[in-house]
Design a protein around this ligand. Structure first.
Ligand code: GDP
Ligand code: MG
Length: 175
């Protein structure tokens, strides 16, 4: 269960965002260095663990992968409470997934007031020729939410390790 206490050296990170933005793919790229074009939708909540080296320290990342569909909202909510950090993901080729970010943030905040300890991620950077919004808009939103902004590609493995390392570093600094 996600509800055990804070253990030293373990950071709980939750990935949130609308269905299809690439949350599972980002985790798969990070933990397995692989990518599938047609992965299965996540059911409820799934998790992966990986140990990373941050600022000379060994840190275990416990990464919770959530389902973006509305019908799983109640399943996912308890996991928000125990997260140390949040990665909010949208797809840079899908405007709805960007518009949804504010409501995902609000939803997490209902359960976890530390949720500004997070990053906003625009995934599918490899499809930037189909980009639907100016990255400045994303940066502005991230600033408003107290987050940093990063663009990634799970497919091309762009900024994926950087994303999780940045998250770990950020959380260690703000612990
Ligand atoms: P989730 O619902 O947020 O977990 O999204 P998935 O990881 O299941 O990805 C949804 C679809 O987008 C899948 O077909 C993936 O192959 C695809 N996908 C994920 N990340 C990327 C990416 O960086 N670039 C491209 N082109 N497709 C991606
Ligand atoms: Mg998924």
């Amino acid at each position: 269960t996600p509800s055990h206490g804070k253990s030293d050296g373990v950071l709980k990170i939750i990935l949130i965002g609308s269905s299809g933005v690439g949350k599972t793919s980002l985790l798969q790229r990070f933990t397995d260095d692989s990518f599938s074009e047609n992965g299965k939708p996540t059911i409820g909540v799934d998790f992966e663990i990986k140990t990373v080296q941050v600022q000379g320290r060994q840190v275990t990342l416990q990464m919770w992968d959530t389902a973006g569909q509305e019908k799983f909202k109640n399943v996912v909510a308890p996991f928000y409470r125990n997260a140390d950090g949040v990665i909010l993901v949208y797809n840079i080729t899908n405007m709805d997934s960007f518009s949804d970010i504010q409501s995902w943030f609000t939803e997490v905040q209902r359960y976890n007031t530390r949720c500004s300890l997070g990053l906003l991620v625009g995934n599918k950077h490899d499809l930037m020729f189909r980009r639907v919004l100016d990255p400045q808009m994303a940066i502005a939103l991230a600033n408003r939410l107290g987050m940093s902004y990063l663009e990634t590609s799970a497919k091309h493995s762009t900024n994926v390790c950087e994303l999780f390392n940045a998250m770990a570093e950020f959380l260690l600094q703000n612990r």
